[in-house]
Design a protein around this ligand. Structure first.
Ligand SMILES: Nc1ncnc2c1ncn2[C@@H]1O[C@H](COP(=O)(O)OP(=O)(O)OP(=O)(O)O)[C@@H](O)[C@H]1O
Ligand SMILES: Nc1ncnc2c1ncn2[C@@H]1O[C@H](COP(=O)(O)OP(=O)(O)OP(=O)(O)O)[C@@H](O)[C@H]1O
Ligand SMILES: [Mg+2]
Ligand SMILES: [Mg+2]
Lengths: 226, 226
């Protein structure tokens, strides 16, 4: 589904070039459950942004379903990502003027899903993440963990083939976090949804089929999973 | 230093009144190290916002250094908080157009600390949280964990008597998180700085002198500490 070949990313800050990612190679198949650990500032979010096509690599090539991202127009890139990839941002990125419910509905509106189907799918996923009671709250009226669960629900509601989740349980207590991991595992096992989960929560490593570590922008596969 | 007496907080959302905090009582002394656990949505951030004086209680009274917050003008409230209390927001709340260094300097500018003293203190705290290399980056050029450490540095740079920290290690890997906890413990033991730390990270509970749990807005003291 996703492939990265020799992908590097550098940022040009005021005085120098910071190399955030160095020659990363990664191939993700349907049904994969990949966990990535690494210290703060090591390049995890940079890697996910490139895999999701929301940032451009400095060197190397990325493929989604065999299509090279560099050969696509911006519009084609956006459509491909919208239909195939679910992304849970580390900083949630909720639309402040939309309620929790409307934030989750939004990607289905872009896909022109009909109203009754939208309602069914949004109600279901919000229930699965335990947010029915606050579904009409605006992001400013939600707690940190509730916002994170809205971001998770929004990434899952479109039934993507692959989900890239950037520290999805960072703002959740152990019990609520376990519920989210179980939801991801269910989708992985019953619908073959591939997951790439960046996390500092070492309890999630137990569920990984593949375990990768990243340090100073260098990605290494370290473990064979369950 | 801080006292809450029968403090309740409710939010008026579209259809109903949500009671986020119910009759909370809490007294914090110099040198305390209090940890608060609780599920997502249970009222932890609400409690910290009230203790810090950045939100108003619906019922009950709050005291900082013996002064009732309700008897203070907004300006007096702000000055008291600025000089005595350090707050690490769950959502960081960095100023986007200021660099990491300038974000940490900002509270010292408000306190009219002279330039050379500001430079000395900002450089020192940024080094203690491991951010010297990215100190000139804007928040948009920092990783999640780096932003969190800027927020921590900013709360500590004014040498407050009490620090309220809302999930200060949520975006940090285990090793980086340990370094931050150690910094807090050092300040607690050498300078008698009181800490109230809201966290889902149960490893931090081991350092608590007092342990509180919050569930559906009800605060209970559960443990006597080390
Ligand atoms: N402005 C608001 N309007 C309505 N409800 C609110 C508002 N702010 C918070 N709430 C509600 O109050 C409750 C407590 O929120 P709070 O942010 O204190 O939770 P928390 O314990 O910090 O959770 P988390 O661990 O997820 O950060 C939640 O159910 C939330 O939906
Ligand atoms: N726009 C940018 N300009 C300059 N440097 C950047 C930019 N974005 C990220 N960086 C740097 O690239 C490095 C990698 O950042 P990244 O966000 O990928 O880290 P991370 O592994 O996700 O860390 P965390 O666990 O703290 O979220 C960091 O050192 C960061 O300072
Ligand atoms: Mg990150
Ligand atoms: Mg909170």
């Amino acid at each position: 589904i996703i492939k990265a070949e020799g992908v590097s990313k550098s940022y040009l800050s005021q005085v120098e070039e910071i190399i955030a990612l160095k020659e990363a190679n990664l191939t993700i198949e349907a049904g994969d459950f990949v966990v990535i650990n690494g210290p703060s500032g090591s390049g995890k979010t940079t890697l996910l942004n490139l895999l999701a096509g929301i940032d451009k690599a400095t060197k190397g090539e990325l493929y989604i379903n065999g299509l090279a991202l560099s050969s696509l127009s911006d519009k084609e890139n956006t459509l491909l990502r919208r239909d195939k990839v679910g992304l849970v941002f580390q900083s949630f990125e909720l639309i402040p003027v939309l309620s929790a419910w409307e934030n989750v509905e939004y990607p289905l509106l872009l896909q022109k899903v009909n109203k009754s189907e939208r309602k069914k799918r949004v109600d279901k996923i919000l229930k699965q993440v335990g947010l029915e009671e606050v579904k009409d709250n605006l992001p400013s009226q939600l707690s940190g963990g509730q916002k994170q669960r809205v971001a998770i629900a929004r990434a899952l509601v479109t039934d993507p083939k692959v989900v890239l989740a950037d520290e999805p349980t960072a703002s959740l207590d152990t019990k609520t976090g376990k519920g989210i991991i179980k939801l991801m595992l269910d989708l992985n096992q019953t619908k073959e949804v591939a997951f790439i989960v960046v996390t500092h929560d070492l309890a999630i490593n137990d569920y990984a089929k593949r375990l990768l570590k990243i340090q100073d922008g260098v990605l290494k596969e370290v473990g064979i999973g369950v």
